[in-house]
Design a protein around this ligand. Structure first.
Ligand code: SAH
Length: 221
C-alpha cells in the first residue's frame, strides 16, 4: 500500500506542481486530476507516480513529467471536438490526459511492446477514444489526418515536414526541438492557412525522436 492514497497524492500534485505554477486552464487541471498516473508506471515505481518528474518505463524510455504534459495540453488550447495526433505513446499517460480534453487521440509509438502495453492499459481504463498505432510517428499518421492538434513526446532536430502537412488549416503543434543532450526548447507552431507562426515556450529535456524525422540534413550539422 502507498503511504498516502493515490487520490490524495494526485490532488497534491495538481495543487503544488501545476496550479501553483502557470497551469490555470480548469479543464487541464481537471484532466490531470482524472488520470491515474500510477497505473501507467511499473508497479514498483507506483509510490513515485505523483512526483513531478519523468520515470523509467523500460526500453530506455520515460513517462512524461506531469507538468510538461499539462503545459503541452494547455498550450494546445484543446477543445472537446478536437482530434489530436501524439507522436511517442510511451506509457500512454499523456494520450489519456489528451483524451480527457478532446474527441479523439491517435497516438503513434515505434517500439511495438510499448505500443502493446499502452493499448492494453488504455483499454482497461476505458479510454476508447485513443487509438494507439505502431509506426514512425515522425511521418505522422496520414490515415486519420488532418489533426487540430499535434503533440510530440520526443525531441526532433527540426520540425518534421510531414507533421506540418497533416495539421488542419487552423491547427496547432507543440514539440521539443533540439538534439540529445543539447539545449532543447518546447515550441508551438500555429497554422493560419498557408502561414505558420512559431513561438518558443520553455527550455526542456526530452528523449530524442528516432526514425525518419531524426535525420538531420548536412547543412544543419
Ligand atoms: N508521452 C509518453 C512519453 C513517452 S517518451 C508518456 O506519457 O508516457 C517518448 C516516446 O517516443 C518513447 O516511447 C519512444 O519510443 C517514442 N518515439 C521516439 N521516436 C518515435 C517515432 N519516430 N515514432 C513513434 N514513437 C517514437
Amino acid at each position: 500500500m502507498p503511504l498516502i492514497p493515490h487520490e490524495i497524492a494526485r490532488r497534491r500534485m495538481v495543487d503544488d506542481h501545476l496550479a501553483a505554477r502557470d497551469i490555470q486552464d480548469p479543464r487541464v487541471l481537471a484532466a490531470m486530476e482524472a488520470v491515474p498516473r500510477h497505473r501507467f508506471v511499473p508497479a514498483e515505481l507506483a509510490y513515485a507516480a505523483y512526483e513531478d518528474r519523468p520515470l523509467p518505463i523500460g526500453h530506455g524510455q520515460t513517462i512524461s513529467q506531469p507538468y510538461i504534459v499539462a503545459f503541452t495540453a494547455q498550450a494546445l488550447s484543446l477543445q472537446a471536438d478536437h482530434r489530436l495526433l501524439e507522436v511517442g505513446t510511451g506509457s500512454g499517460y499523456a494520450a489519456a490526459v489528451f483524451a480527457e480534453l478532446c474527441a479523439e487521440v491517435v497516438s503513434v509509438e515505434c517500439v511495438p511492446s510499448l505500443a502493446h502495453m499502452a493499448r492494453q492499459r488504455l483499454d482497461q481504463l476505458g479510454y476508447e477514444d485513443v487509438v494507439v498505432v505502431e509506426g514512425d510517428g515522425g511521418l505522422g499518421w496520414i490515415q486519420s489526418a488532418p489533426y487540430d492538434a499535434i503533440a510530440l513526446a520526443a525531441a526532433a532536430p527540426q520540425v518534421p515536414s510531414q507533421l506540418l502537412e497533416q495539421l488542419a488549416p487552423d491547427g496547432q503543434m507543440v514539440l521539443p526541438l533540439g538534439r540529445k543532450n543539447q539545449n532543447q526548447k518546447l515550441i508551438r507552431l500555429v497554422r493560419a492557412g498557408m502561414e505558420i507562426n512559431e513561438e518558443e515556450l520553455l527550455p526542456v529535456s526530452f528523449v530524442p525522436l528516432v526514425g525518419y524525422a531524426s535525420q538531420v540534413p548536412p547543412e544543419v550539422l
